[in-house]
Design a binder for this molecule. Structure first.
Ligand code: MSK
Length: 672
């Protein structure tokens, strides 16, 4: 672990409670959700908040990662320090069990992100083959850049030909058998990371192989060396990053590069006078068609007595649509059921990931139709419309038709829409940020950010990511960490349900800057705004850069900073934080952040405390090897302080090394 000026900073978390008021069913701080729960208080409707209470106390063996369920002789639990009870039936030690369990979460995360990416690839391929007539190349500029990064010739070639080669590279990245690095990872790395991954033998060659290899490695009676298992996990996490790159970059090609856009967020965006349809899940391939169909079917909605069709977003499908189309963000992960409780949601169309099966149970109490669309994602009793890229718009119109029909059955007596909603500014792809920076320095836009850090105006950059975890009230961690960071002049970008939290709380707006930003951050924003009079609004307190797969945008930003500073990523004052991490995908993301050399704060304890060795590798040894490490801290304010320590340490060291290089006319030290 790096040496911090704050001597209270240790690798162990503070004494903050792991589960905040476990018996309290009001497990949210989201003002819209609180209003909703108040409205339905007397109806005794069961939601995730009640089930979270019912699950406590959680099993301590599972919590610490020392319950092994990999074979059917178990479950085996590590019950004692010594003797037969200290190992699984096969003799597996705590460190083997803990490391196997945690890396299997990485495999689950990598499989999820990559399945999303595979769908985008299939859609691009189908389009090129003439089997997806409703799709097109929305951003030829992104395609050109992507092809050049991948080493694909672009001169005098048609866009379709270039895309065909890009798609081939993407497919090869899923199933390559040769010993060559994953192109969608290798092409975007710093030289230092490339060397590090080759030297530590964790450079993935294919996404599918990385996932299956890790499952095989951790099967009963295979690998029991915790360090080898963890390295297998890190390799898989890098395959996850490769999958995210495919998902983000090809989505930009097909649906456009996000640009700053004004919208609104929280449950108040559900409109009583409209046909309301929520798009929930992760994948823009379907939801972009839903938006197109909704626009095309406005007259049908009017004929049914509504004023139009109002598409609202939930979770990362919501983020994808918000970023590119300005679609309103209704809510995020933990409060997804509450959209149905408004009684005004006519349909919820879902694709993959983070969709509670409970939405159907609740929908049955209302007129709301839940529509599943993917072959691998069905919910008993929900309607299934198999979404096919060949008939995409037609399928999407069917979904809108179902919503319009349901609208006619809406019971006005059951309509309860919270008033809570906020104006937000979203759509900050790295390209959009560079465009803003370029108005200050057209030749080296990223230097605007790095210079502000080197001068001390900013403390660094933090990528806020991931999920809600109801061990603490929803969004409390996201908001508390953000406020502490911006007060201390940190430039913050966000993704996933972290973005959802900030949007719902009105923190993704210029108004919040005045209230919460420190003086350095305020002056930085003022300088950018003065140079960018073309912007329709001021800059927001936090920059929404997308969905879960778009954490890759955060990594692009860190790599651009590293290249500008002439160092590898572990020296860049850039950190990540997932105050409410929950999903397997969050474990995969956090792991590649660490492997890419970033300090990564996690505010919900992952199941690693059952082994001191694994805990030590995660929080300390990882720093020695990769330059990044996990900061496991449940108290959000202390967590933010620890992130600030890490940023301060990096800025200090970077400046010392730069001064030394100047004084002695040597090259910049690369150690961290
Ligand atoms: S939706 S993975 S709860 S961020 Fe991407 Fe939110 Fe986490 Fe799902």
């Amino acid at each position: 672990m790096p040496r911090y000026r704050d001597l209270t900073h240790t690798a162990r978390p503070s004494d903050a409670p792991r589960v905040f008021e476990p018996k309290n069913p009001i497990r949210t701080t989201d003002p819209g959700a609180l209003q909703m729960l108040k409205m339905v208080e007397e109806q005794k409707i069961e939601t995730v908040f009640d089930r979270a209470v019912a699950q406590h106390p959680q099993c301590a063996f599972g919590y610490k990662g020392i319950c092994c369920r990999i074979c059917m002789a178990g479950p085996c639990r590590v019950k004692t320090e010594e003797g037969p009870g200290s190992r699984g039936l096969c003799g597996a030690s705590a460190y083997t069990i803990v490391s196997r369990n945690i890396v299997r979460l990485i495999a689950g995360g990598a499989a999820s992100h990559s399945e999303h990416a595979r769908h985008v690839l299939h859609t691009a391929h189908a389009m090129l083959e003439g089997h997806a007539p409703d799709y097109k190349i929305e951003s030829p500029a992104k395609l050109q850049k992507l092809a050049q990064d991948l080493g694909i010739a672009t001169l005098d070639r048609a866009d379709a030909d270039i895309l065909r080669d890009v798609v081939e590279v993407g497919y090869a990245d899923f199933g390559r058998y040769q010993d060559r690095p994953l192109a969608f990872l290798d092409s975007f790395l710093t030289e230092g990371r490339r060397k590090k991954f080759l030297a530590t033998n964790i450079m993935p060659t294919a996404i599918d192989k990385s996932v299956t290899e890790l499952i095989a490695q951790t099967a009963m009676g295979v690998d029991s060396d915790p360090v080898n298992i963890i390295f297998g996990g890190l390799k898989c996490s890098l395959a996850d990053l490769g999958g995210e790159y495919i998902g983000t970059k090809l989505s930009d090609v097909m649906f456009g590069i996000p640009q700053p856009i004004v919208s609104e967020a929280n449950l108040g965006v559900i409109n009583e006078k409209m046909v309301n349809i929520a798009a929930h899940g992760h994948n823009p391939v379907l939801s972009e068609m839903i938006v197109a169909a909704a626009r095309a079917m406005k007259d049908d909605a009017i004929a049914a007595g509504a004023e139009g069709v109002n598409v609202v977003g939930i979770c990362c499908t919501g983020n994808e649509l918000l970023m590119r189309e300005g679609v309103y963000m209704a809510t995020s992960s933990a409060s997804q059921e509450l959209a149905i409780l408004t009684g005004a949601l006519d349909a919820m169309v879902v694709d993959i990931q983070c969709i509670y099966p409970a939405v159907q149970t609740l929908a049955e109490c209302y007129h709301t139709k839940v529509i599943t669309t993917e072959a691998i994602m069905k919910i008993p009793n929900a309607q299934h419309i198999a979404f096919n890229t060949a008939t995409a718009l037609e399928d999407a119109k069917k979904v809108i038709g179902i919503a319009i029909k349901a609208f006619k059955n809406r019971d006005p007596k059951k309509v309860n829409i919270p008033s809570e909603k906020h104006s937000i500014v979203a759509g900050f792809s790295v390209e959009a940020l560079m465009e803003i920076f370029s108005k200050v320095n057209p030749d080296r836009p990223i230097s605007v950010l790095t210079d502000a850090i080197l001068s001390g105006q900013l403390k660094g950059v933090v990528l806020m990511a991931g999920c809600n975890n109801l061990r603490r009230p929803q969004d409390e961690g996201h908001v508390a960490v953000l406020k502490e960071l911006v007060k201390n002049d940190v430039f913050v970008v966000s993704t996933g349900c972290s973005s959802g939290a900030y949007a719902k709380f009105g923190l993704m707006s210029p108004l919040a800057v005045e209230e919460y930003a420190g003086e350095g951050l305020k002056s930085f924003f003022k300088m950018l705004e003065a140079a960018n009079p073309q912007l329709a609004t001021g800059l927001p307190l936090v920059f929404h850069c997308g969905s879960c797969v778009d954490n890759s945008r955060g990594m692009d930003l860190a790599i651009a900073m590293a290249n500008e500073l002439g160092v590898d990523t572990p020296k860049v004052p850039f950190a990540a934080s997932a105050p409410e991490a929950m999903h397997e995908k969050a474990v995969a993301i956090g792991s590649w952040c660490v492997t890419m050399g970033l300090p990564c704060h996690v505010g919900s304890m992952p199941p690693v405390e059952g082994s001191d060795l694994v805990y030590g590798v995660t929080t300390q040894i990882a720093h020695d090897v990769f330059g990044g490490n996990f900061i496991l801290e449940m108290d959000p304010v202390i967590g933010a302080r620890k992130i600030l320590d890490a940023l301060e340490y990096r800025s200090w060291k970077l400046n010392v090394h730069r001064k030394a290089a100047e004084k002695f006319e040597t090259s910049l030290a690369q150690g961290w």
